[in-house]
Design a protein around this ligand. Structure first.
Ligand SMILES: Cc1cc2nc3c(=O)[nH]c(=O)nc-3n(C[C@H](O)[C@H](O)[C@H](O)COP(=O)(O)OP(=O)(O)OC[C@H]3O[C@@H](n4cnc5c(N)ncnc54)[C@H](O)[C@@H]3O)c2cc1C
Length: 476
C-alpha cells in the first residue's frame, strides 16, 4: 500500500473530471484523477461519440435523398459494416491511450482503480489487481463519477438481459428487431439510428416522446419515425418481461398487447454512480444524487465537490464541462486564498444550469432547444410571456437546403424584461442554429436589439427575423 498527497483528488476521469483537474492544474494546483474504467468516461465510449457516429451516416444519406439531383446519385442503402467501423474509430476502439497521454501532457496524475472515500479528504483506490493506493487531498475532492442506466423494477426484466445504452452504442451486429422502452433522448436517438441501420424498431413510451420539451417536438419526431417504419406505442406501461421459446424478448404492456423483439433496449433514465463510493464515511447517503450549490460544492461541506452528471443539474457533456471549468477554478481560488467570484454569472458559478441549458437531440429531424419551454416559463416561473411560432419550411434557406423540409421554431419572450427566455428548433441539421439562441438568452440581449442582428440570405437563420415579425416591432 502507498499513500500520496495532492492538492486535489478527482474521482472519475470522464469529460467532467478531466476538465476539473485540468483547470485546477492550470491554476497551479497538483491534481490526481482516479478512473476505474476508461479515461474519457461514458461520453467517449458508450454515449455521445458512438451514438452520434451511429446516427450520422443515416442523416447524411437522408439529406442527399431530400435534394433532387443528389438523390439520383444515391443508389443503395447504408453500408452497415462501414458505419460500425466509423463508430469504432470514433471510440478509438474503446482504447483510452490517447486520453491518457492528454492527461500526462496536462500534468494530471492518473491512478487506475475504483475510488472510495474513507473520510474527510481521503480516498482509497483499489486497482483490478488488488493494489491499494491511499490518496490524501490538501484542499478538495471532486466527485465526477457520472451516471449509469436505470433498470426499472419490471417483473422479469433483469432476467432477460436487456440492453442499456452501453450495449446499444457498442453494438457489433444489428439485430433484426429492436424494442425500445422509454423514449427520451437516448431512446429517440437509438430508434433513429437502428431504423436507419435496418432493424425493425418498436418504441414504447408511457407518455409522448422527448418529455420536457415543447409538445410539438415529440409529435414531429414521432411522425418522422413512423414514416421510417418505426412502430410507435405511446400511453402504455411495460408490466412484465420474459423470453419466448426462441429466446426473443417479450414485453407485456398495460393495454394487454405484447411486443416481441430480438433485443430490448431499456432507456428509461439514469441513476447516479454514487454506490460503493464510501459516501457513508462522511455522512452522505450512498446511491443519491449529490446536491451542490452554484460553485459545485456539496451542501454541508467545504472540501467536497460534485460535478457533472452526478449532481443531476444537467446530464449533458457540455454542461458538465462548463461546471468543471467553474469548479476547477473555484477550487484553485479557495486553495490559494484568492478572490471567489460567486455572483450570478461570475467566473466561479454555473449559473447557466438554471435557465440556459442547450441540448441537441440528433434525431431526424434534429431537435435543438435552450432555456425555458412555454409551459415552464408561464406556469412554473409565472413569467408574462409571448410564444412565437414559425414554420421553418417557409424560410427561404430551408427550401434551398431540402425539397422535403419539415421543421418548426418556437421562441419564448419575457415581455416584462423584453428578452428571450427560451427557444426550440426542430428541423434537419438544425443543431448549429442553437448557439445563436443560447447567446441571446445568456446575454439577455434586448429583443429590440435583435432586429439589428441580420441573418444571411438564404439561410435557415432567417427564422430569427420571421419570429421577430411575429412578435411585432413594438411589443417588447
Ligand atoms: C447514449 C447516450 C448518448 C449521449 N449523448 C450525448 C450527447 O450527444 N451530448 C451530450 O452533451 N451528452 C450526451 N450524453 C450525456 C453524457 O454522456 C454525460 O452527460 C457525460 O458523459 C457526463 O460526464 P461525466 O464526466 O459527468 O460522467 P461520465 O462520462 O459517466 O464519467 C464518469 C467516469 O467516472 C468513472 N467512475 C465512476 N465511479 C468511479 C469510482 N468509484 N472510481 C473511479 N472511477 C469511477 C467512470 O468509469 C467514468 O469513466 C449521452 C448519454 C448517453 C447515455
Amino acid at each position: 500500500m502507498s499513500e500520496r498527497e495532492f492538492d486535489l483528488i478527482v474521482i472519475g476521469a470522464g469529460p467532467v473530471g478531466e476538465n476539473v483537474a485540468d483547470r485546477a492544474v492550470q491554476a497551479g494546483l497538483t491534481a490526481v484523477i482516479v478512473e476505474s474504467e476508461l479515461v474519457g468516461g461514458e461520453c467517449s465510449y458508450w454515449a455521445c461519440m458512438p451514438s452520434k457516429a451511429l446516427l450520422r451516416s443515416g442523416a447524411a444519406l437522408r439529406a442527399a435523398r431530400d435534394v433532387d439531383g443528389a438523390k439520383q446519385a444515391v443508389t443503395g442503402d447504408l453500408d452497415v459494416a462501414a458505419v460500425l467501423r466509423r463508430r469504432d474509430s470514433m471510440t478509438s476502439n474503446w482504447n483510452d491511450a490517447g486520453q491518457v497521454s492528454w492527461l500526462e501532457g496536462a500534468g494530471i496524475e492518473l491512478v487506475r482503480g475504483h475510488g472510495r472515500l474513507t473520510g474527510e479528504k481521503t480516498v482509497r483506490v483499489t486497482a483490478d489487481d488488488g493494489t491499494v493506493t491511499d490518496l490524501v487531498a490538501r484542499h478538495a475532492v471532486a466527485v465526477c463519477t457520472g451516471s449509469a442506466a436505470l433498470l426499472p423494477g419490471i417483473p422479469g426484466l433483469a432476467d432477460i438481459e436487456p440492453w442499456t445504452s452501453r450495449e446499444a452504442t457498442a453494438v457489433q451486429s444489428i439485430p433484426g428487431s429492436l424494442a425500445i422502452l422509454g423514449v427520451g433522448v437516448v431512446g429517440a436517438e437509438m430508434a433513429t439510428a437502428f431504423a436507419s441501420l435496418g432493424a425493425e424498431v418498436t418504441i414504447i413510451a408511457r407518455s409522448g416522446l422527448l418529455g420536457g420539451t415543447e409538445p410539438f417536438v415529440g409529435e414531429l419526431v414521432a411522425d418522422s419515425l413512423r414514416a421510417r417504419g418505426v412502430t410507435v406505442k405511446t400511453g402504455v406501461d411495460a408490466m412484465a418481461a420474459r423470453r419466448d421459446d426462441a429466446g426473443r424478448r417479450v414485453l407485456e404492456l398495460s393495454d394487454g398487447t405484447t411486443v416481441t423483439a430480438d433485443e430490448l433496449l431499456v432507456a428509461t433514465g439514469r441513476v447516479p454512480r454514487t454506490t460503493d463510493l464510501g459516501l457513508e464515511t462522511i455522512g452522505v447517503e450512498e446511491g443519491s444524487w449529490l446536491d451542490v450549490d452554484d460553485t459545485l460544492l456539496v451542501r454541508g461541506f467545504d472540501w467536497l465537490y460534485a460535478v457533472g452528471d452526478v449532481n443531476h443539474r444537467a446530464l449533458l457533456t457540455h454542461q458538465g464541462k462548463y461546471q468543471a471549468r467553474a469548479a476547477g477554478d473555484v477550487i484553485a481560488a479557495r486553495a490559494r486564498g484568492g478572490e471567489v467570484d460567486d455572483r450570478p454569472w461570475g467566473a466561479h458559478v454555473a449559473t447557466a444550469d438554471h435557465d440556459a441549458v442547450p441540448q441537441v437531440t440528433f434525431t431526424d429531424p434534429e431537435v435543438a432547444s435552450v432555456g425555458l419551454t412555454a409551459a415552464a416559463a408561464a406556469e412554473k416561473r409565472g413569467l408574462n410571456v409571448k410564444v412565437l411560432d414559425y414554420d421553418l419550411a417557409h424560410v427561404a434557406g430551408s427550401s434551398e437546403q431540402s425539397d422535403a423540409y419539415v421543421g418548426k421554431a418556437r421562441a419564448i419572450v419575457d415581455l416584462d424584461r423584453g428578452v428571450l427566455v427560451g427557444a426550440t428548433f426542430v428541423g434537419p441539421d438544425i443543431a448549429e442554429l442553437l448557439h445563436s439562441a443560447t447567446i441571446a438568452i445568456v446575454g439577455e440581449v434586448p429583443v429590440k436589439r435583435l432586429w439589428h442582428a441580420v441573418p444571411s440570405y438564404p439561410t435557415v437563420s432567417e427564422v430569427w427575423l420571421r419570429l421577430l415579425e411575429t412578435l411585432g416591432r413594438d411589443s417588447a
